[in-house]
Design a protein around this ligand. Structure first.
Ligand code: C5P
Length: 309
């Protein structure tokens, strides 16, 4: 069968992430920050369908099928992922990609990175490449700091820029509510604000570290303990750029969330719940405030990018 046979298609599901801990060190000479983070994949998923085509094309749609207001061109990480994989093996990127987005755009849940990881897995299968896992990981890391984790999923410690991964062996399943803000935040802007706030407070950034309490909570599958151990060094910066997030986080305290924090660079906020019923109550409370655009319930950990059809 030829690679441009348009009847062939591969469908991949790829999860969002929340950072259970995000410990950010000083800015490096290359503009990035060394960090230690605990990534956790949740079943809030984008879908990537890759179909054989004579040239590269991309469309981005919402779960209702409506076109999304995000660039679907060479600047999109999914597009860049198809090009990077094709270049790696020396072929033309002959694929038509359709990304159906459930992960909030510019929401701090690595939605763009998920689409890149999903595209790598989909194109690898469509083009029948059988690329070794380590090579896919290296291509993923060249596309963005969070892309390797979206390939792997689960729960993992990320070091370096976030691209060096060590799986965390944990127990059980955790229940989450994600409150999605009306407008996204730019990740570089949040990191820059973090540097500015640190400079103003004259507190030097310390070396990033992983919390023992958090690892203990994950190993024991203890949601109460996990709630106490959640932390995000980017949260003050996200709150400074988007003060209304303070009111969103208060809903968690009021409704007895086991813990709450801004997800990554925000502005999505994550609320750890006792169970789905508790999560449904927190979700309802968020909708009633009118401070959020959407509320999603999800569970983690889940697997990374996977072919489903
Ligand atoms: O790697 P990625 O392209 O996802 O990073 C987006 C931006 O986030 C970077 O350009 C940088 O401003 C910031 N960043 C950072 N330190 C990291 C990861 C990301 O400063 N470890």
């Amino acid at each position: 069968m030829s690679r441009s046979d348009s009847s062939r298609s591969i469908t991949v599901r790829v999860p969002a992430k929340v950072n259970l801990q995000l410990s950010v060190g000083p800015r490096r000479a290359d503009g990035y920050h060394d960090l230690v983070t605990v990534f956790h994949a949740v079943n809030l998923c984008d879908q990537v369908v890759a179909r054989s085509a004579s040239e590269l094309a991309l469309s981005m749609v919402s779960t209702t099928g409506a076109p999304l207001d995000v660039p679907a061109d060479h600047t999109n990480l999914a597009w860049r992922a198809a090009v990077a994989l094709a270049e790696h093996v020396g072929i033309d990127p002959e694929v038509s990609l359709m990304v159906t987005k459930e992960i909030p755009v510019a929401g701090g849940m690595a939605g763009g990175s998920a689409d890149a990881a999903g595209t790598l897995v989909a194109c690898d299968a469509l083009w029948q490449l059988g690329t070794p896992r380590e090579e896919l990981h290296d291509i993923a890391a060249s596309l963005g700091s969070d892309v390797p984790f979206a390939l792997n999923g689960g729960t993992a410690i990320g070091t370096g820029r976030g691209e060096v991964l060590t799986p965390v062996l944990g127990r059980g399943e955790f229940h989450w509510v994600f409150a999605v803000a009306a407008e996204g935040l730019s990740t570089p802007a949040v990191y820059t604000r973090c540097d500015e706030l640190r400079a103003q407070s004259s507190e030097p950034a310390t070396e990033p570290y992983v919390s023992d309490l958090l690892l203990q909570a994950l190993r024991a599958g203890d949601a109460e303990l996990l709630g106490q151990a959640l932390s995000n060094d980017l949260q003050p910066a996200a709150l400074s750029l988007r003060p209304s997030l303070g009111q969103v986080l208060e809903v968690g305290e009021e409704y007895g969330a086991l813990g709450q924090l801004v997800s990554g660079s925000g502005p999505t906020s994550a609320f750890l719940d006792r169970d789905d019923h508790h999560g449904a109550n927190i979700a309802k409370a968020h909708m009633a405030t009118g401070h959020v655009r959407a509320v999603k319930q999800a569970r983690g950990p889940v697997a990374g990018a996977r072919v489903i059809g």
